[in-house]
Design a protein around this ligand. Structure first.
Ligand code: NAD
Ligand code: IPM
Ligand code: MN
Length: 357
């Protein structure tokens, strides 16, 4: 059956990496006889330019009626002073779709461990997932105020919001190494004290899993010093944002990490964890893997197309293993060249019968 995908290319490097993701999707569609209906919509800065609104009603509606959403990246210096910024549009979209569970996997494959700025013997042990709460916490709490001389943000969490993300983390742990690390700042914050108490309560329903608590400051250190200690990290919105960008140092670049955001039963959204990278936009140097891996996450998690996704991942591994690398990983391949290499590899693997996984 034809699946409907709403595509939000956004700003900066967004259109460049989205083109890469869609080209790979087109290739796997042809190889595996898959059928997708793509609807593109303006979102973020480009939507401000066209509609003075980062999330126009037509874009929201296209997302609500899709089977899945692909987003590249939004934001940039042009819109920092806008009344409604691209970032506000992104938060509004996450809220409107109730995308409370943001999953950010970090895995260092053999081809990548040599590329990490960290010691290969440390980086190669990383295989964990950050389960970030995405629709509450300090990103959404009110009051939020700013005057000339003071500013106020509010970190609010309801028990139900904390419990549902903790349950999600334990469910994911059951499919992995069954180890949950709940990251908080319970030595200081009231929200974290509640979070820690609820983590203990939820853990009782998952006796097959272990639960550890870790303060966010020491977790930040341990993630890059002893990544093998982690399997599932579950944490609040702001901590998850920061820790996942930090964790991208393990595989070697922010341009490698994808994410999937899920609600209870609506369409899921897949996007790189990074932003619009204004410093390299328009230079054809962005690493498109974050977008290509967002596509593979979508194929697996929204459409159950595991083999098709694994074929793409295998082709990417082979291309990286052959030393075809974008600038962020120390190479010279352009975004378009890297993408072409992945597509060529996919087709060759198919012709060789190599990708029967
Ligand atoms: P960023 O993630 O855009 O870039 C940080 C650094 O990583 C930059 O040096 C950039 O060149 C590099 N980088 C990011 N993606 C890359 C890729 N695919 N290949 C190679 N290098 C890559 O963060 P920033 O510069 O702090 O923010 C820029 C804008 O993006 C801001 O407006 C911010 O609000 C927005 N932003 C959007 C999202 C999103 O759309 N989900 C996420 C984060 C930031
Ligand atoms: C991300 C981004 C967003 C966030 C910004 C752009 C609102 O950093 O998706 O990680 O903080 O969630
Ligand atoms: Mn972020």
């Amino acid at each position: 059956m034809t699946k409907k995908i709403t595509v939000l290319a956004g700003d900066g490097i967004g259109p460049e990496i989205m083109a890469a993701g869609l080209a790979v999707l087109q290739t796997i569609s042809e190889l595996d006889q898959l059928s997708f209906e793509i609807t593109t919509a303006d979102f973020g800065g480009i939507a401000i330019d066209h509609f003075v609104d980062p999330l126009p009603p037509a874009t929201l509606s296209a997302c609500q009626t899709a089977d899945a959403i692909l987003l590249a990246a939004i934001g940039g210096p042009n819109w920092e002073q806008a009344k409604r910024t691209p970032e506000m549009g992104l938060l509004a979209l996450r809220q409107a779709l109730q995308l409370f569970a943001n999953l950010r996997p970090i895995k260092v494959t053999p081809a990548l461990s040599k590329l990490s700025p960290l010691k290969a013997e440390i980086a190669e042990k990383a295989d964990f997932i950050v389960v970030r709460e995405l629709t509450s916490g300090i990103y959404f709490g009110t009051p939020r105020e700013r005057t000339e001389t003071s500013a106020l943000d509010t970190n609010t969490y309801q028990a139900d919001e904390i419990k549902r993300i903790l349950k999600k983390a334990f469910e994911i742990a059951r499919t992995r190494k069954k180890k949950v690390t709940s990251v908080d700042k319970a030595n200081v914050l009231a929200t974290s004290k509640l979070w820690r108490q609820l983590a203990e309560e939820v853990a009782e329903d998952y006796p097959d899993c272990t639960l550890q608590h870790q303060y966010v400051d020491s977790a930040a250190m341990k993630i890059i010093a002893q990544p093998e200690e982690f399997d599932v990290i579950v944490t609040e919105n702001l901590f998850g944002d920061i820790l996942s960008d930090e964790a991208s140092v393990l595989p070697g670049s922010l341009g490698l990490l994808a994410s999937g955001s899920h609600s209870i039963n609506g369409p899921s959204l897949y996007e790189p964890i990074h932003g619009s990278a204004p410093d390299i936009a328009g230079t054809d140097t962005a690493n498109p893997l974050s977008m290509i891996y967002s596509v593979t996450m979508m194929l697996k998690e929204s459409f159950g197309l595991i083999t098709s996704a694994e074929k793409i991942e295998q082709a990417c591994d082979e291309v990286l293993g052959n030393g075809v690398l974008t600038k962020d990983l120390g190479g010279t391949a352009k975004t378009t060249e890297f993408t072409a290499a992945v597509i060529k590899q996919l087709k060759e693997d198919e012709a060789d019968g190599k990708n029967i996984i």
